[in-house]
Write a protein that binds this ligand. Structure first.
Ligand SMILES: Cc1cc2nc3c(=O)[nH]c(=O)nc-3n(C[C@H](O)[C@H](O)[C@H](O)COP(=O)(O)O)c2cc1C
Length: 258
């Protein structure tokens, strides 16, 4: 057979394909554990950032030791030990008919259609005392589902930090939800009023600092009212009666040692 015969070309192409697919499969299998580890670390980093004590030069797992992960049954507001908290994935749970809950359209302020009945929540403890409660939230913006964490002080109403770690809003418009200045304004805002009503709101414009309700209001985003509205609506959903409110009410009466 000549060196350039069709048979030889096809054989070389075939052997090359086999070698390449073996290399790609080996890389995918070999790296999957590292990818999972990186994903888990990334999540922890976001939670630490929401808590306000992330330090880039300290190992994540060491910093995370102050944080306790628990799973909450949102229907009852109680903690549950039916799941392994360290490996619980509420996004998968929201897709599983066994663990998901269909939100009726009139209540679906966050525009998410279904959610997991169970959520992973994070308790920042110090000397056995709860310092902060960190809650995952998500909802529709203009183009994408926005995923974030909100951290509340131990009065369960004052915001310590609020940030999104995943979204597909337009950089410079809706993407300004990542702007450090916009994020900072959330510190000290209050979710609930004295009567326990969910009052937090994102305005279309800027908050009038002298307004009586300023503590329940956040600035909107110029040119990105639809994303900003999505942020306000998802907070109303998650902090309301169909989100974390029953859990927070229970936490206030029973504490973390349920
Ligand atoms: C290419 C393009 C991307 C846009 N991206 C966003 C976005 O990410 N978030 C958003 O709220 N509005 C976005 N807008 C603008 C919205 O269509 C809408 O005009 C805006 O939300 C209204 O806000 P305003 O009343 O503050 O101007 C985008 C518009 C264009 C043309």
């Amino acid at each position: 057979m000549s060196r350039d015969s069709t048979g030889k070309v096809l054989t070389v192409a075939f052997v090359l394909c086999v070698i390449c697919s073996i290399l790609v499969s080996a890389a995918a299998v070999g790296l999957s554990e590292r990818q999972e580890r990186n994903k888990a670390e990334e999540k922890k980093r976001n939670i630490l950032q929401a808590a306000g004590f992330y330090e880039a030069d300290v190992p994540i797992n060491a910093q995370f030791s102050k944080i306790e992960t628990r799973i909450v049954d949102l229907q009852t507001g109680e903690f549950t030990s039916d799941f392994d908290a360290a490996n619980f994935d509420s996004r998968s749970a929201a897709r599983d008919p066994e663990t998901s809950y269909r939100i009726s359209p009139d209540l679906d302020l966050a525009g998410i259609k279904t959610r997991s009945r169970y959520k992973d929540i994070y308790l920042v403890m110090d000397g056995g005392e709860l310092q902060q409660l960190i809650l995952p939230v998500h909802g529709k913006g203009l183009w994408s589902t926005m995923y974030g964490f909100i951290s509340l002080a131990n009065d369960f109403t004052t915001v310590n930090g609020f940030a999104f770690y995943e979204h597909g809003e337009t950089p410079g418009l809706g993407g300004e939800i990542d702007n450090p200045g916009w994020k900072k304004q959330w510190q000290g805002k209050k979710i609930y009023d004295e009567a326990g009503e969910t009052r937090i709101k994102v305005l279309k414009g800027m908050v009038d600092k002298n307004a009586q309700n300023a503590v329940y209001q956040a600035d909107g985003l110029a040119g990105a009212t639809l994303t900003a509205r999505g942020v306000g609506d998802l907070l109303k959903y998650w902090m309301g009666d169909n989100g974390y409110k029953p859990f927070i009410a229970r936490l206030k009466t029973t504490g973390v040692k349920q």
